[in-house]
Design a protein around this ligand. Structure first.
Ligand SMILES: *Cc1c(COP(=O)(O)O)cnc(C)c1O
Length: 407
């Protein structure tokens, strides 16, 4: 099952194989980093040309109405909603994940003024904790950060907001949204999920699982392009109860009345702040449309198979790498991570050999498994090159120890 011929046979039989044609995949490169920056969908190139040359270039300001620019945040949000199990009007595209976290944390904590605690996990993605610390200070709350295993028991009558990342960016551990949200809810707390490492890869059923608030990333699995805007989700029943702390005109009930008084827009549109970035939004729209027709459960089933193949090959060929991602599919996301004291150098040597993964300090190599455009042979070839780098010790070449600004 771990041979090259078997991998090729699995690609030939893969019902999702044709989706690969929707993307540019640079020749000779095996791209295992779609969880950091998704690849370029072919449709994006023509779409960007049109938006720039025709809409901006010719139609100019009229495009806000005639080309639907003004509706883009809600329109793209509705397309993302299908991928995460939400209603179309429960998702909107705006700003970055960091800014959306800030808006939702401050707005949500105001729901229960007497509850002092924002609770999160130590080792959560750093921007989440940094934003939470600033938001807590402004909202007069206390940020408590506990280890993952202690999160459930730390939820108490003091907890105002539970802030968790669904799939951990490093090892890929996954929380159960349904179970954790229910537990917080039973204690009277609201839960805010960060879906940055799940949306577009891991099955999500926000409505079915009772999720109340969420944010997620546009440039990872959604293939929206570098720095693509992010999205936020607010369950229907909370939308009218949350008052955004960033009261921009785009979130006003009537932005073009130019009134002095602030009146929040009805529904989730109140979480818009300033003018939406149309070029980026249209790239994100093509990224999200690259999921058109894709069955998210089938996508996940393939992710599980890619992971299992990678794990088996690594165990067989690269025993010095310690796999730190959960073996149980229900407990993980769509990436696989390994620990090695020289993870940085190995990662650089791999990139040099055409296999792009990423290094996460201090000692983790992480590979994103994006079933929409990766095949089984890609995994086989990546493992082959990794084994070669380890066996030959090539990663020890001094050039692989040089660190850039972005790692
Ligand atoms: C990628 C990622 C982000 C990105 O935040 P931006 O503000 O959009 O740069 C935030 N949180 C998590 C968990 C992430 O993985």
């Amino acid at each position: 099952m771990t041979g090259l011929e078997a991998a090729r046979a699995r690609d030939a039989a893969d019902p999702l194989r044709h989706y690969r044609d929707r993307f540019f995949l640079p020749l000779g490169t095996i791209y295992l980093d779609g969880n950091s920056l998704g690849v370029l969908p072919r449709a994006t190139v023509e779409r960007q040309r049109k938006v720039v040359a025709e809409e901006w270039g010719s139609e100019l300001i009229r495009s806000w109405n005639s080309r639907g620019w003004i509706d883009a945040p809600a329109r793209v949000g509705a397309k993302i909603a299908r991928l995460i199990g939400a209603k179309p009007h429960e998702v909107i595209v705006a700003d970055s994940v960091s800014v959306n976290l800030f808006k939702l944390i401050v707005a949500a904590t105001a729901l229960s003024p007497n509850r002092p605690q924002i609770l999160s996990e130590g080792g959560n993605f750093h921007t989440d904790l940094h934003i939470a610390s600033g938001a807590a200070e402004l909202a007069g709350k206390r940020l408590d950060v506990v280890e993952r295993a202690a999160v459930r028991d730390a939820i108490s009558g003091e907890t105002n907001l539970l802030l968790l990342t669904h799939v951990h960016f490093k090892a890929g551990y996954r929380f159960g949204i349904k179970e954790v949200t229910a537990r917080a809810k039973a204690a009277g707390a609201v839960t805010l999920w960060d879906l940055s490492h799940s949306a577009g890869a891991v099955p999500l059923h926000l409505n079915r699982d009772g999720a109340e608030l969420a944010v997620g990333c546009g440039y990872k699995y959604l293939n929206g392009g570098p720095g693509a805007p992010a999205f936020l989700y607010v369950a229907e029943h909370l939308q009218e109860r949350l008052i955004p702390p960033l009261r921009g005109w785009m979130g006003h009930a009537a932005p073009f009345d130019f009134t002095d008084d602030y009146v929040p827009a009805l529904g989730i549109a109140r979480f818009l702040v300033g003018t939406p970035p149309i070029l980026s939004l249209s790239a994100l729209e093509s990224g999200v449309e690259s999921f058109d027709g894709v069955d998210m459960e089938a996508l996940w089933a393939k992710s599980v198979q890619l992971f299992d193949l990678f794990a088996a090959l690594a165990a067989e060929r690269c025993p010095e790498l310690e796999c730190i991602s959960p073996a149980e599919p229900e407990q993980r996301g769509s990436h696989i991570s390994f620990r090695h004291p020289h993870a940085f150098e190995i990662c650089q040597a791999l990139i040099d050999a055409g296999v792009i993964g990423d290094f996460r300090a201090p000692d983790v190599i992480r590979f994103g498994l994006t079933p929409l455009y990766l095949g089984f042979e890609d995994i086989w070839q990546a493992a082959e090159r990794m084994a070669d780098i380890l066996d030959s010790g090539r990663w020890r070449e001094p050039r692989f120890a040089v660190r850039g600004k972005v790692t």
